[in-house]
Design a protein around this ligand. Structure first.
Ligand code: HEC
Length: 172
């Protein structure tokens, strides 16, 4: 399950550049006037087919690339930080209400690992006991489920945070 989620998230957060190469359209000499339209129609079809095939190939390549990465490591930079950035930073940086109340600043790896004014929220290797995971999974009191009073993280996002912590919470 997590693998599929992982791919979905990569596609969601990472810009997958899909560039379809459109073949060069050469001009045709006007010698065979009647044939011209026929040729152009065939050419247009060929261009369309190549474009479609090219796009499909790019998508397959992009997906297999991320699938290959899925069995390897969850990355802080590519997978974890984008989630924190979109879902948590609004409150967890100086000036935000979450930062004011708990001291938790989620702007950098270092500040994430430092945790709140009460201590660490990430115990490398143990999502089960890491407060980061406890809170986003709603395993604590619902009044402090994170993001606070906002839509819960998706299953994919929750799985990514869990896997990253279980893989040692590396700065990768
Ligand atoms: C809408 C604002 C808001 C958002 C968004 C938000 N938080 Fe919070 N966060 C808070 C507030 C407020 C507190 C203090 C809660 C309390 O102590 O009552 C807090 C506290 C925390 C704590 C410390 C809880 C404790 O005292 O042990 C953690 C960990 C945390 N947030 C993680 C996150 C994560 C991870 C996200 C994103 C998935 C997130 N927060 C998103 C407002 C927010």
């Amino acid at each position: 399950m997590a693998g599929g989620c992982y791919i979905k998230n990569r596609v969601k957060y990472k810009v997958v550049g899909i560039s379809a190469k459109v073949p060069y359209r050469s001009g045709y000499p006007d010698i065979i006037q009647i044939r011209r339209e026929v040729i152009m129609t065939i050419l247009r079809k060929a261009i369309l087919a190549t474009t479609v095939a090219g796009t499909a190939l790019s998508i397959v390549a992009a997906l297999s690339f991320t699938a290959a990465a899925a069995v390897e490591r969850i990355s802080y930079k590519d997978d974890v930080f984008p989630i924190l950035q979109i879902r948590c930073l609004g409150c967890h940086q100086p000036g935000g209400e979450g930062y004011k109340k708990s001291g938790l600043d989620l702007r950098t790896y270092k500040s994430l690992m430092k945790g709140t004014k009460f201590g660490a929220i990430v115990i490398p290797g143990s999502a089960l006991t890491s407060n980061l995971n406890v809170l986003v999974e709603g395993r604590a009191n619902m009044s402090i489920r994170m993001p606070h009073n906002k839509k819960k993280l998706t299953k994919c996002e929750i799985a990514i945070l869990r896997q990253w912590v279980n893989q040692g919470a590396k700065k990768n």
